[in-house]
Design a protein around this ligand. Structure first.
Ligand SMILES: C[S@@+](CC[C@H](N)C(=O)[O-])C[C@H]1O[C@@H](n2cnc3c(N)ncnc32)[C@H](O)[C@@H]1O
Length: 309
């Protein structure tokens, strides 16, 4: 079952091994780009947008890159029984730290919609059963949070009748205080809304390391683990130029990182069939299970000690 669902989902989102946007996301992206002013902005301003022109540059340069990397990193998990157990509970909660314009939240929502449609076709999803999705977007940039809210709302409005049948935009909450100083707010949101099922740090560990320092980044990542649901996952994405940071961080929190390569179409399209291949780092882990595993291994160590002494 997992294999068939994964095959069908991949065929739809990544035909012939090239990731592409569905029409609905293309419209949402195009509309936002058109409404924002165009002017010259620097590389840093493009990466960390604070103004409408910088937001436009981000959407043109980075949106689809990070969107496809999220889908590529999560497709195995989101077609696995662990994720389907969450989906069948009827509620999915996403925490998107350093959300930018809700890039990864949109990528997850769109892949979820594709998965649920295939499940329904396969007779594995009860007709008319709705899943509610709650989004907690965290970013220090007001323009990112505002654009993210608008893009998610537009996505649901455009998909409307079709996916609206299955996915329901439960609520979108914005948190503007910087991570990890906002931990109390994130805890409160978890207390009021329920535990987070997918927690994402996409292209944010590098500014976190620079601005807050490495120890603060690691402590933040360790604290967030406690807010993740039983079958949930934490996803960290970062580009290939941050090898030493990714290695140091993975070691400090006891997770592994993988180098991934993906090929995608370029949006907005400059010419037909233009593709690009990107390499990036992905860390995807189940914090609850890691805690149980480490507790078990410390029990084994204690036992061995007992035998020796
Ligand atoms: C490169 S963008 C990535 C946006 C999005 N996650 C993506 O993958 O496209 C990094 C974002 O992190 C935000 N950011 C930087 N430091 C942050 C912090 N301490 N807490 C929350 N957001 C932060 C920036 O404002 C920026 O929007």
């Amino acid at each position: 079952m997992d294999g068939t669902l994964q095959y069908l989902t991949r065929e739809e989102l990544c035909p012939n091994g090239i990731w592409q946007l569905p029409n609905v996301t293309k419209s949402v992206l195009r509309y936002q780009i058109l409404r924002l002013p165009k002017s010259e902005v620097s590389e840093t301003e493009t990466r960390y947008p604070q103004s409408p022109a910088e937001m436009r540059a981000f959407l043109v340069k980075f949106f689809t890159r990070h969107y496809f990397q999220t889908q590529n990193s999560l497709i195995d998990y989101m077609t696995s029984q662990d994720f389907l157990n969450i989906a069948s509970s009827g509620h999915l909660r996403i925490l998107d730290v350093g959300s930018g314009p809700a890039v990864t939240s949109l990528a997850i929502t769109d892949m979820l919609s594709c998965i649920l449609e295939h499940l329904e076709d396969l007779g594995e999803w009860p007709k008319g059963k709705i899943i509610k999705v709650t989004y907690v977007l965290n970013d220090t940039s007001g323009i990112c949070l505002g654009t993210g809210q608008r893009m998610l709302t537009d996505y649901f409005r455009i998909r409307g009748g079709h996916t609206g049948r299955i996915i329901n935009n439960d609520r979108i909450i914005s948190v503007q205080k910087a991570f990890p100083g906002n931990m109390n707010q994130l805890r409160r949101a978890r207390f009021n809304l329920g535990v987070y099922d997918i927690i994402i740090f996409s292209y944010v560990v590098s500014p976190l390391n620079e601005n807050e320092g490495f120890n603060s980044l690691v402590n933040g990542l360790l604290s967030i683990e406690k807010l993740c649901s039983h079958n949930g996952r934490i996803l960290i994405l970062q580009d290939k130029f941050q090898t030493s940071l990714v290695r140091r961080m993975s070691k400090a929190i006891g997770i592994s990182s993988n180098k991934q390569i993906l090929t995608q179409y370029v949006y907005p399209k400059r010419n037909e069939n233009e593709t690009y291949t990107y390499t990036y780092y992905c860390c995807l882990y189940a914090p609850v299970r890691e805690v149980i595993k480490s507790k078990l291994s410390s029990m084994v160590v204690t036992k061995q000690h007992n035998c020796i002494f």
